[in-house]
Design a protein around this ligand. Structure first.
Ligand code: NI
Length: 178
């Protein structure tokens, strides 16, 4: 891996429009896609986060990277291309946050277990039966590919409060990259 592939990318943050785009399916998994995957992984680990969707680095195409393994156990990167949820069951509420939604977390209710289908970075079909943290992570990242953020799942009142907070932070110049 060249050193350039280890370079973290800029993470786009709410309300930037690319986060609202519907990601296009990946056709040919070529060299450019492999490089993007490496750089997305580097970005996720350096943030640090447990998942990242391509929209978040300004590329609205259907790629997610994730690693929910405890960090003391080392890295265990997973990559899913063109992922889709083909089954969902139960209900669970969990605190979520997002690298693209600065300084905010909230409890989100989602299906407890999901079955996800996609292909890995070598084009090999993958099917994952997920529960717990992995299930939440996959749903959160796949949401990104549809232009959906976790704050879309909370009450409009809570969302309004967050928008107000963002406005204040922007006024005080507390938001990076602005
Ligand atoms: Ni996110």
């Amino acid at each position: 891996m060249s050193s350039n592939n280890d370079k973290p990318m800029k993470i786009f943050t709410y309300p930037e429009p690319v986060l609202r785009e519907k990601a296009k399916p990946v056709g040919n998994i070529d060299e450019a896609i492999q490089t993007l995957i490496d750089r997305m992984a580097a970005t996720m680990y350096s943030a640090p986060g447990i998942g990242l969707a391509a929209n978040q680095v300004g590329e609205p195409i259907q790629i997610i990277v994730f690693d929910v393994s405890p960090r003391e156990k080392g890295r265990n990167l997973s990559v899913l291309i063109n992922p889709e949820i083909i089954q969902a069951e139960g209900k669970v509420s969990q605190e979520e946050s997002c690298l693209s939604v600065v300084d905010f977390s909230a409890e989100v209710t989602r299906p407890a277990c999901v079955k996800v289908r996609g292909v890995d970075r070598h084009g090999k079909p993958v099917e994952i039966d997920a529960e717990g943290l992995l299930s939440v992570c996959l749903q959160h990242e796949i949401d990104h590919l549809s232009g959906v953020l976790f704050i879309d799942h909370i009450s409009s009142l809570k969302r309004a409060l967050y928008n107000k907070k963002l406005k204040k932070m922007r006024k005080k110049g507390l938001l990076q990259g602005e």
